[in-house]
Design a protein around this ligand. Structure first.
Ligand code: NI
Length: 170
C-alpha cells in the first residue's frame, strides 16, 4: 500500500469522464488499497479514482462504525438508478481546498455497482451516506461539488484559487 497524491482543482483530470472498469485483477486490488489508505490519511469519507490521477470508474467510501473502525467499501462502475426527495447538507472535498458549502442532493438513492470480484450489487441508501455516494459518483463524471453552487459563489471561489496559485508561483 502507498499514499497517493490527491489532485486538486483546477487540475483537468478532475473534469474528465472516467472510463468503465472491465478488468478485475491484482492491480485493481492494489489501487483500491492505495485509495483506502489515502482516504484515511487525508482524512476523508470518500475518494474517487480521478482524485488520485486515475480516470476510471472506481470510488471508495468509509463505512466505519463505532464497533468496526476503518471499514471501507470499494464500488466499481457505480450508477444511480433511482433517486427520490431532496436534502441540503454541508459538503467539502479533498480536491477543493478551503471551501465547504451547502449542496442540494437527492434524499434517497439506489446505486448499482460491481465489487472487486466483478459481482454486481444494488444498494439503496438515504441521508448522509446518500450524499457521500452522490458526491463521489459525480467525480466519475467530471463534476465537483462547486458545480452545484450558485454561479456567483463558484466565481468567487475560482477567483480565490487563482489568486492563491499566482501568489505561489511568484
Ligand atoms: Ni470530492
Amino acid at each position: 500500500m502507498s499514499l497517493r497524491t490527491i489532485h486538486k482543482f483546477p487540475d483537468p483530470i478532475l473534469r474528465l469522464k472516467a472510463k468503465k472498469i472491465t478488468e478485475f485483477d491484482d492491480s485493481l486490488q492494489s489501487l483500491v488499497s492505495d485509495m483506502v489508505e489515502t482516504m484515511y490519511d487525508a482524512p476523508g469519507v470518500g475518494l474517487a479514482a480521478p482524485q488520485i490521477g486515475e480516470s476510471i470508474q472506481l470510488i471508495v467510501v468509509n463505512i466505519s462504525t463505532e464497533e468496526d473502525e476503518q471499514k471501507s467499501m470499494a464500488m466499481i462502475n457505480p450508477e444511480i438508478t433511482f433517486h427520490e426527495g431532496t436534502q441540503v447538507d454541508e459538503e467539502g472535498c479533498l480536491s477543493v481546498l478551503d471551501l465547504t458549502a451547502s449542496v442540494k442532493r437527492s434524499q434517497k438513492i439506489t446505486v448499482t455497482f460491481l465489487d472487486l470480484s466483478g459481482q454486481e450489487h444494488e444498494l439503496t441508501t438515504e441521508d448522509r451516506f446518500a450524499v457521500v455516494l452522490q458526491h463521489e459518483i459525480d467525480h466519475l463524471n467530471g463534476i465537483l461539488f462547486i458545480d452545484h453552487l450558485s454561479s456567483l459563489k463558484r466565481a468567487l471561489y475560482k477567483k480565490k484559487i487563482k489568486k492563491m496559485l499566482t501568489s505561489k508561483t511568484r
